[in-house]
Design a protein around this ligand. Structure first.
Ligand SMILES: *[C@@H]1O[C@H](CO)[C@@H](O)[C@H](O)[C@H]1NC(C)=O
Ligand SMILES: *[C@@H]1O[C@H](CO)[C@@H](O)[C@H](O)[C@H]1NC(C)=O
Ligand SMILES: *[C@@H]1O[C@H](CO)[C@@H](O)[C@H](O)[C@H]1NC(C)=O
Length: 303
């Protein structure tokens, strides 16, 4: 007998009926780690993308006066769990932007989708800031930024940053603590990312805006700025990189992405604790920018 009731969004039903349509929480335990050569290509700043170990599981990208650098996934993914351990450049990094994000801007110039982790530089002695953001179908005039402090110094060690993206949910995690959840609501329309995307990691000069709104620029006296990435997980439904949308996606073992239905109670409480302490800015609370909050913000406050 196979139970296959659709989840109605009620926590009690969800926990009572373990059906394929209704699963809380996502476990990244045991997901395969990719090497750079298996999963990525260099994007730019060629000789600034270097291997840190013999197996190519860890790479370093850097920014100096003449260029930044970056890499991108070989495949595009429609729904995925992406994760990397990242160690950010230390010392004085004002204006330096380090990213870990998904985008399809090359394929869809006017209606692209994007899900971002962005590290916004650091003036010595000030806390590091992390920003998350989402665009869907070219909604670039409706930024959905949030900014947070971290509870550790991200330049001292590797920490894990992860993005879970399903047809209905986006979750950002830091060291497996969910820090932000976006649940798709119908009123979002195309603003919820819905087309296959590539995973990117870059380091670049964001002097114009990154640190305190551009007040602190990159100081190349401290260059090169080095960002290290390791433990790549690219788990999801990949498309053929040549045929892209034409090819059927291959979800492989990643069927749990379609059954994910939100955080567990324990995860929600961890997220609340994180956000009470570390959330600095959320577009949901910015009434001067959005006198009427964007539709998903209403749901969000209930979480
Ligand atoms: C990765 O690929 C490059 C280019 O083909 C090769 O030179 C390098 O040895 C490979 N590295 C690893 C760790 O497999
Ligand atoms: C996405 O944008 C395209 C082009 O602007 C438009 O034709 C399409 O209807 C949009 N899709 C959604 C779901 O809003
Ligand atoms: C920070 O940069 C300055 C100037 O380049 C250098 O003298 C100092 O040793 C650096 N400190 C660390 C901890 O790397």
């Amino acid at each position: 007998m196979v139970f296959n009731f659709p989840c109605l969004g009620f926590l009690i039903l969800c926990t009572a009926l373990i059906t394929t349509n209704c699963v809380l929480g996502f476990s990244s335990k045991g997901l395969p780690i990719s090497s750079f050569n298996e999963s990525f290509f260099r994007l730019y700043g060629n000789n600034r993308v270097i291997f840190l170990d013999n197996e190519g599981k860890s790479v370093q990208i850097s920014l100096d006066k003449s260029s930044g650098s970056g890499f991108l996934s070989q495949d595009m993914y429609l729904h995925s769990y992406f994760s990397a351990s990242i160690k950010l450049p230390g010392n004085y990094t004002a204006g330096v932007v380090v990213t870990f994000y998904t985008s399809n801007g090359d394929e869809y110039k006017t209606n692209h989708d994007e899900i971002d982790f962005e590290f916004l530089g650091h003036v010595r002695g000030k806390p590091w800031l992390v920003q998350t953001n989402i665009y869907g179908n070219g909604s670039t005039n409706r930024g959905r930024e949030e900014r947070y402090n971290l509870w550790f110094d991200p330049t001292q060690d590797f920490h894990t940053y992860s993005i879970l993206w399903t047809s209905k949910w986006i979750v950002f995690y830091v060291d497996e603590v969910p820090i932000r959840v976006v649940q798709k609501v119908d009123a979002m329309g195309g603003d919820f990312p819905s087309k296959a995307m590539t995973l990117f990691a870059t380091i670049w000069d964001g002097s114009a805006w990154a640190t305190s709104g551009g007040k602190h620029k990159v100081n190349y006296k401290y260059a090169p700025f080095l960002a290290k990435y390791s433990n790549f997980v690219l788990y999801g439904c990949s498309l053929d990189p040549i045929q892209k949308e034409l090819a059927a996606e291959k979800c492989g073992s990643a069927t749990d992405l379609s059954t994910f239905n939100g955080l567990t109670t324990e995860e929600k409480s961890k997220m609340m604790k994180f956000r009470m302490k570390n959330l600095i800015y959320s577009y949901c609370n910015d009434r001067s920018r959005y006198p009427i909050p964007l539709p998903e913000c209403i749901v969000k406050r209930k979480l």
